[in-house]
Design a protein. Structure first.
Ligand code: CU
Length: 152
């Protein structure tokens, strides 16, 4: 089986069995939120310009236990994604995507957004700490596409 298919099969197994991975159903960053329990909506824009790629705003502060509906609009000309995880989790995931740029995911903590499109993530933050949202498409993180989530 080609390597990426093997990974997809593994990821599908993980999703079906609910085994916890760093970016799986539950992580230190929290868990998939329920639409009916949303306590706050946060709007973010993905943008490119002057050799940089970014999220605006690049930092948000929320309360532990909040279920946040992230509405993320792609204002750029390229496809982008938003992944919510711990800083370490995003670094591991970024390295995996550099090895396998065609990696696809259907995780509750991630959304891919086409140019001019809008995506949503509903996420419940169960722990306080500093977490991160990032675009892990190769090169984008380095260009500036990451931001902080402070959960207090
Ligand atoms: Cu991007």
């Amino acid at each position: 089986m080609p390597k990426n298919l093997a990974f997809l099969a593994f990821a599908a197994t993980v999703a079906l069995t609910g085994v916890s991975m760093a970016h799986g159903p539950s992580s230190p960053a929290g868990e998939a939120g329920h639409r009916g329990s949303v306590t706050r909506t946060v709007e973010l824009t993905m943008a490119e310009g002057d050799g940089r790629m970014l999220f605006e705003p690049a930092e948000i502060t929320i309360n532990r236990g909040d279920t946040i509906r992230f509405v993320v609009k792609n204002g750029g000309a390229l496809e982008h994604e938003m992944v919510i995880d711990t800083l370490e989790g995003n670094q591991r995931h970024k390295a995996a995507m550099e090895r396998n740029p065609d990696m696809e995911h259907a995780d509750p903590n991630a959304v891919k957004v086409e140019p001019a499109g809008t995506g949503e993530i509903v996420w419940r933050f169960t722990n306080s700490g500093t977490f991160e949202f990032a675009c892990l498409i190769p090169g984008h993180y380095q260009a500036g596409m990451h931001g902080r989530i402070n959960v207090r």
